[in-house]
Design a binder for this molecule. Structure first.
Ligand code: ATP
Length: 323
């Protein structure tokens, strides 16, 4: 194999740059040329590519975001769009692709790979940690640590003012960030999309701590409509507890940026190396991942179709130690 392409697609996550760096350096180590494709599948369709060499990824391992930039491409979902992508893939002499992204990006990779017999390896890069076939996705640990740092700060002011805070964290369809950040910050309750929430349970917990004379608490809520929205929850709670000073804080996009943690840098580096070695050894249409601290490969179809299950038992742990 003489030349490979690399792109980042879908939502960005901290550690994508560390993965790009690892891919570029590994390709060079094995004397394979590496082409960086800008803006995900959009760049493949519009032929936005340039050669990347090891010095291009100097001073990069610690930077958030992605130097290749990322995008969503509706055109790539069409046969015509993928045909254009294949023309550019061939024109640039590529012999394999590495796609860093989430399950949507892997769906596109699987379809494109099968349609044109292109070997593609995926690296799971998303803050949500919701991909089957890996214990951790690149970016999750950083997002989690960003969330707990922010929640700790909110707790300081919540305690000073005797306020009850509803804090929304990212994860529309997945409660990994909410559940783990909630436990790590001592939240009174944690509402995640995987579990039907129970207002009575929430009110019972508030009542319980109130009777102990505690008026400040943190309640963590995953974003998205599945849980009805954090403002509505706060409003309903205020009706039940009119004497409470209730506030809402939405952490938002800070969770997607920043310096990747050590875990994310090491994970990204391991998966970056593994993905290039996989292409060289003839693997195709699989995602690299980490299971029990070992690098493994999962077919795209399985990674996309199977849902990575959250450990609901953690809710019980949170309930036991919250108050
Ligand atoms: P994240 O979950 O972090 O947002 P993601 O990779 O799941 O990342 P998506 O927006 O779902 O993000 O998908 C990224 C891109 O993958 C899409 O914009 C599209 O170009 C491509 N893609 C997704 N689904 C398909 C599909 N069914 N066919 C072809 N391409 C697809």
């Amino acid at each position: 194999i003489g030349k490979i392409g690399i792109l980042t697609s879908g939502g960005d996550s901290p550690g994508m740059n560390a993965a790009i760096r690892a891919v570029v350096r590994t390709a060079s180590y094995y004397c394979v040329n590496c082409i960086g494709i800008s803006l995900g599948y959009k760049g493949l369709i519009n032929n936005e590519m340039r050669k990347v060499v090891p010095t291009d990824v100097n001073n990069l391992i610690h930077r958030g975001g992605t130097i290749l930039k990322t995008a969503r491409s509706e055109e790539f979902k069409t046969k015509f769009g993928r045909k254009k992508a294949n023309i550019n893939y061939k024109k640039n002499g590529l012999e394999g692709l590495i796609v860093i992204g989430g399950d949507g990006s892997f769906t596109g990779a699987m379809i494109f790979g099968q349609e044109y017999n292109i070997p593609i390896i995926g690296i799971p890069g998303t803050i949500d940690n919701d991909i089957y076939g890996t214990d951790f996705t690149v970016g999750y640990d950083t997002a989690l640590n960003t969330a707990i740092e922010a929640i700790d700060k909110i707790r300081d002011t919540a305690t000073s003012h005797n306020r009850l805070f509803f804090i929304e964290v990212m994860g529309k369809d997945s409660g990994f960030i909410a559940l783990n950040s909630g436990i790590a910050t001592g939240a009174l309750d944690i509402l995640i999309p995987e579990k039907k929430y129970n207002l009575d349970k929430l009110f019972y917990s508030i009542e319980k701590v109130k009777q102990k004379g505690k008026y400040s608490s943190i309640i963590i809520v995953s974003e998205g409509k599945k849980l009805g929205g954090v403002y509505d929850l706060a409003k309903t709670t205020k009706k039940k507890f009119p004497d409470y000073d209730i506030r809402v804080s939405i952490l938002g996009h800070i969770q997607r940026g920043g310096y990747p943690t050590c875990s994310d840098r090491v994970l990204a580096s391991r998966l970056g190396v593994a993905s290039v070695e996989a292409l060289i050894s003839g693997k195709k249409n699989v995602m690299t991942g980490i299971k029990a601290n070992k690098v493994i490969f999962t077919p795209f179809l399985k990674a996309i179709k199977k849902k990575r299950k959250i450990d609901i038992d953690l809710i019980k742990i949170s309930d036991i130690i919250a108050c």
